[in-house]
Design a protein around this ligand. Structure first.
Ligand SMILES: Cc1ncc(COP(=O)(O)O)c(C=O)c1O
Length: 431
C-alpha cells in the first residue's frame, strides 16, 4: 500500500504544491495531507486504509453523508444517459424549478460550476445592471478566487498568511472596496465617498471563511436598506450556508420573515450534492439581463450538467426537515464536547455558531471580524488538529474554517469524538 508521504511526494512533482486547492496541502498545520481513497456515510478512508470520522464533508456539500444511496442512484441513472450534453436538459430544469419553488423571491436560476463562478457572475450582473464599476466586500469574507473578490479573502489566504494575490491588476483591486465586517456606519461612509460608483455590496450570508462570525443584529437588513437607498445591488453569498443551515439556507431562516430580500443569491456546495455545480439566483427583471435574455454575457460548457443537477436534486429532495433537525442536534452535541474538552484543559477558546454551522477559535476574546479572528493561537490549533487526526477525526486543516456536520453522524461516531477530543485538548494545552 502506498503511503500518504509517497503519494504527496509524487503529487508535488506534477501539481503545484501537490494539490488542486491550497488549504488541502496542510500548510498551516504541517505534516502530510491524507489522500482520500473512499468515503461512506460519516467515514472517510485514506490511501493507507486508516478511517476517520469526517467533519469536513468536502467543505460543505456532503450534508447527507458520503455516498448516500439516493444521490448515488441519481448519479448512476443520469450518467448512463451521458455525463454531458451541452444542451438544455431535464435534470437542470428540475433543479431550477425546485430552487424557484423553495426560495422566494427567486424567479430565475443560472447554473455555473463553482462558487467562484457564481459570485463572479453575480458581480458582473450587478455591474451590468447599474452601469457602475465598484463593489464593496468585507475583510475575511471569501467569495471564491475571481480577481475582484480576492482582496482580504479569509480562509485559504489567511491560513497561508498570503497577502492578496499577485496577478490581480491594480485596476481590478482599485474597484474593490474592502471594509471591516459588521460596520454599517463604514458602509454608509463608503457609499457617500464613492457616490454613484458602487454597483454592489457582496457579503457572505453568515461569514464562515474566517471562522464563523455571527452577523450583528440588523446588519444584513441594514445592507439592504443602504444598497436600496444608493441604487446598488445586494449580493448575498449563500454558497456555504445555502441548503445547509436550513432547507432554504440563511434566507429562509433569517430573512424571509423580515420582509426583505437581497437582489441576488449565490449557491454552491450542497446544491450539487458533491458534484461541481453552483448557481446565481434572483428576481426575473435583474436575472433576465443575463445572455441570451439580456446583454450581460455569461456561459459555460458544462453549466447545468445533468449528473451534477441530478446529484443536487437528489440531495435537496432527501434533505428533509428531520435531516436539518438532526444536523442542529449533532452540531450542538459536538460543540458541547469540544467546549468541555478545551475547558477541562484550560485552553482559551471561543465557539461561534449560526445554526448548525460553527467554528472553534483558539482565543479567549470575542471574535466578531477578521482582525479578531486573526488573534488566535494557531500553533495550539495545529496540535489539536494533529491529535484529532491520529485519533481518527478529520477536521479542516485550518483554524479559519467551519466544521461541517452531516446527517450520517450517529452514536458510533460520537463515541470516537468523545474519546478523541480530550486528548486533542490536552495536546493543545501543552504549548
Ligand atoms: C461563501 C463562499 N463563496 C464562494 C466560495 C467559492 O466556491 P468554490 O470553491 O466552489 O469556487 C466559497 C468556497 O468555500 C464560499 O465559502
Amino acid at each position: 500500500m502506498t503511503s500518504n508521504e509517497e503519494l504527496f511526494a509524487r503529487a508535488k512533482n506534477v501539481m503545484p504544491g501537490g494539490v488542486s486547492s491550497p488549504v488541502r496541502a496542510y500548510g498551516a498545520v504541517g505534516g502530510t495531507p491524507r489522500f482520500a481513497a473512499k468515503a461512506e456515510g460519516a467515514w472517510i478512508t485514506d490511501a493507507e486504509g486508516k478511517q476517520y470520522v469526517d467533519l469536513v464533508g468536502s467543505w460543505g456539500p456532503m450534508i447527507l453523508g458520503h455516498a448516500h444511496p439516493a444521490v448515488l442512484e441519481a448519479i448512476q441513472r443520469t450518467a448512463e444517459r451521458s455525463s454531458s450534453f451541452g444542451a438544455p436538459c431535464l435534470p437542470e430544469l428540475a433543479l431550477a424549478e425546485k430552487i424557484v419553488t423553495m426560495v422566494q423571491p427567486v424567479d430565475r436560476v443560472r447554473f455555473t460550476s463553482s462558487g467562484t463562478e457564481a459570485v463572479m457572475t453575480a458581480v458582473r450582473l450587478a455591474r451590468g445592471a447599474t452601469g457602475r464599476d465598484k463593489i464593496i466586500k468585507f475583510a475575511g469574507c471569501y467569495h471564491g478566487h475571481s480577481d475582484s473578490l480576492l482582496a482580504a479573502a479569509g480562509s485559504g489566504v489567511a491560513t497561508l498568511g498570503l497577502p492578496d494575490s499577485p496577478g490581480v491588476t491594480r485596476g481590478t483591486a482599485a474597484d474593490t472596496i474592502v471594509l471591516p465586517y459588521g460596520r454599517l456606519d463604514l458602509v454608509e461612509e463608503a457609499f457617500t465617498a464613492d457616490d454613484g460608483q458602487v454597483a454592489a455590496v457582496v457579503t457572505e450570508a453568515v461569514p464562515a471563511n474566517m471562522g464563523v462570525i455571527v452577523p450583528p443584529e440588523g446588519f444584513n437588513k441594514g445592507l439592504r436598506e443602504i444598497c436600496s437607498r444608493h441604487g446598488a445591488k445586494l449580493i448575498m453569498d449563500e454558497v456555504l450556508t445555502g441548503f445547509r443551515v436550513g432547507p432554504t439556507g440563511y434566507f429562509g431562516a433569517a430573512v424571509k420573515d423580515e420582509g426583505w430580500a437581497p437582489d441576488l443569491l449565490t449557491y454552491g456546495k450542497v446544491v450539487g450534492g458533491g458534484v461541481p455545480m453552483s448557481a446565481v439566483a434572483g428576481g426575473a427583471e435583474l436575472m433576465d439581463l443575463l445572455a441570451p435574455a439580456g446583454p450581460v454575457y455569461q456561459a459555460g460548457t458544462l453549466s447545468g450538467n445533468p449528473v451534477a443537477s441530478a446529484a443536487g436534486l437528489a440531495t435537496l429532495e432527501n434533505a428533509t426537515p428531520e435531516v436539518y433537525e438532526h444536523l442542529d442536534r449533532a452540531s450542538e452535541r459536538l460543540r458541547a464536547l469540544i467546549a468541555d474538552a478545551l475547558s477541562t484543559e484550560g485552553v482559551p477558546h471561543r465557539i461561534n455558531n449560526w445554526g448548525n454551522l460553527f467554528s472553534v477559535f483558539f482565543t479567549a476574546d470575542e471574535v466578531t471580524d477578521y482582525d479578531s479572528a486573526k488573534t488566535q493561537d494557531t500553533a495550539a490549533f495545529g496540535r489539536f488538529f494533529h491529535t484529532l487526526l491520529d485519533e481518527g477525526v478529520w477536521i479542516a486543516p485550518s483554524s479559519f474554517e467551519a466544521w461541517f456536520v452531516s446527517d450520517a453522524l450517529g452514536d458510533r461516531e460520537f463515541d470516537v469524538l468523545a474519546a478523541a477530543l480530550p486528548k486533542a485538548a490536552k495536546a493543545a494545552a501543552r504549548g
